[in-house]
Design a protein around this ligand. Structure first.
Ligand SMILES: [Zn+2]
Length: 254
């Protein structure tokens, strides 16, 4: 299995990162993609990726809760500086859960559109955060016609997800699918060809409120197998194939 999106550089792993990685390996996690979404995170994330070479890759993006042109500029600089290393852009996107003000949401949409342009220009996949804003994020993708995309931990309506999937958009499924009715519905309605596995560690654990870690990705895979009534190995094979299809540079790294 490949964990396409997590934050293993987060300080909550500072005391036991090695053990967390060992547990992931024991559970059959073959590769992990981490996302650095704030300028101050980038060098730490890079160090960690370098110390687990061939096991970890990096995407650089922009936490949408920080609605800031300065952060956009800084992260764009980091994307260009580390272009040889990164396998994608992200996460970037919209967060209407934390950002309620309409003016701020307008600015968020504008910055998101800028990130789509960056991904387009660099021909890299874009990992999208769309908390309480799934419909709006997909609308922008349809407008901009960019579908080299992973919708991560999508919490929006299944109808919009089906529309995006028709254009080849991928959806990564976190371990919270164990209890989330919305995510279970998403898995039921989307074809296996559009699904990936993620943990979003340290959040979205299979047990509410607990720290999540990449080893838990097996819960995503098992739940998908159960819902689609197929074998676990079929889920694993398909999601690995899908991952390598969207993260083209990953093929060279693993
Ligand atoms: Zn994330």
């Amino acid at each position: 299995m490949i964990d396409v999106h997590c934050h293993i550089h987060d300080e909550v792993f500072d005391n036991d990162r090695e053990e967390v990685i060992s547990r992931a390996k024991e559970k059959g996690v073959k590769h992990i993609i981490i996302s650095a979404i704030k300028p101050e995170e980038v060098s730490k994330a890079l160090n960690i990726v370098n110390s687990f070479k061939e096991y970890m890759s990096l995407t650089i993006g922009h936490d949408p809760v920080i609605v800031s042109d300065e952060v956009f500029e800084e992260q764009l600089k980091n994307v260009k500086k580390y272009l040889d290393i990164i396998v994608g852009i992200g996460e970037a996107g919209l967060d209407y859960y934390f950002v309620r003000d309409h003016g701020e949401r307008d600015r968020q949409r504008r910055i998101f559109a800028l990130w789509i342009n960056v991904a387009k220009e660099l021909d890299l996949p874009l990992v999208i955060h769309s908390r309480s804003a799934g419909k709006y994020a997909i609308e922008i993708l349809l407008e901009q016609k960019y579908f080299n995309v992973v919708m991560h931990a999508y919490d929006g309506s299944v109808g919009w997800a089906i529309e995006a999937a028709k254009h080849g958009v991928y959806f990564s499924i976190p371990p919270s699918v164990i209890f989330s009715i919305q995510k279970q519905k998403l898995v039921r309605k989307l074809p296996l060809e559009n699904l990936l596995l993620e943990t979003d560690s340290p959040v979205l654990s299979p047990i509410r409120g607990e720290r999540n870690e990449p080893a838990n990705i097996v819960y995503s895979a098992m739940k998908i197998a159960e819902i689609k009534n197929i074998s676990l190995s079929k889920v694993i094979d398909a999601t690995i194939e899908n991952t390598l299809d969207v993260f083209k540079k990953l093929k060279l790294q693993i």
